[in-house]
Design a protein around this ligand. Structure first.
Ligand SMILES: Nc1ncnc2c1ncn2[C@@H]1O[C@H](COP(=O)(O)OP(=O)(O)OP(=O)(O)O)[C@@H](O)[C@H]1O
Length: 214
């Protein structure tokens, strides 16, 4: 079996002196999708931020391609696309300007055609409108357009489907399946019902610490 792109063993995390989760093991290989599940407050966002190198308050080991993420941090970050639960876009910029700015931080991504990515998320008619004039779902779509331009082998998506309508969720499902078929690895969390063949899941409830047991 090929070595996992990202592997974590014995992860535990405390926040505000409460044990959020403990004993979390996971492995994500090329072509696989792992869905992290659990109720509000279970620690899904916290776990995804830990995996993305954005939160250091944890115990356990995380390996990127078999090596400690601490040792290969730069390589790891170059190969990661993380989209958090906020759209993370600049409201005064247009969708086109936002995409160009996002890509400037990720030189590995395809630069063209930005319009094609906006078309894929049905935002082409809004390409030149400041984002603060867009709806919540449209702003989320600006962030998700980034997925159509990404070369990074690992995607970590926190609540990527928030505010997206049913048709939008379906086309994202197909995009994620296509990505898996092309060898991409995906870790995501969402409260939406998803239909993605081959998806695996990790239930944080099985690793609950005292935070939810109170
Ligand atoms: N910045 C923070 N500082 C301190 N504690 C935090 C912080 N963010 C989250 N927490 C704690 O961690 C717990 C888990 O939060 P987290 O956002 O990881 O849960 P979640 O499973 O993603 O929830 P949801 O489904 O509501 O998005 C929260 O209940 C909160 O107590």
């Amino acid at each position: 079996m090929p070595i996992p792109l990202l592997q974590a063993t014995g992860l535990s995390c405390e926040r505000d002196e409460r044990l959020l989760f403990t004993g979390v093991d996971l492995a994500v290989r090329a072509g696989s999708l792992l869905r992290v599940e659990g109720p509000n407050g279970a620690g899904k966002t916290t776990l995804l931020r830990i995996l993305a190198g954005l939160h250091s308050g944890y115990e356990g080991e995380i390996l990127w391609c078999g090596e400690s993420v601490h040792r290969v941090r730069e390589h790891f970050l170059r190969n990661l696309l993380y989209i958090g639960h906020r759209p993370g876009i600049k409201p005064l910029l247009t969708p086109l300007e936002n995409l160009a700015a996002l890509l400037a931080c990720h030189p590995g991504s395809h630069r063209d055609p930005l319009e094609g990515a906006l078309e894929a998320v049905e935002l082409l008619p809004f390409a030149h409108m400041p984002c603060h004039h867009l709806s919540a779902g449209q702003q989320r779509r600006v962030a998700l357009a980034r997925l159509y331009l990404s070369d990074e082998p690992l995607w970590i998506l926190d609540e990527a489907f928030t505010a997206i309508d049913r048709a939008g969720v379906e086309s994202l499902e197909r995009l994620l399946e296509k990505r898996m078929a092309a060898g991409g690895a995906i870790i995501l969390t969402t409260h939406h019902r998803l239909s993605i063949s081959g998806a695996e899941s990790l239930d944080l409830l099985a690793h609950t610490g005292e935070a939810l047991a109170l």
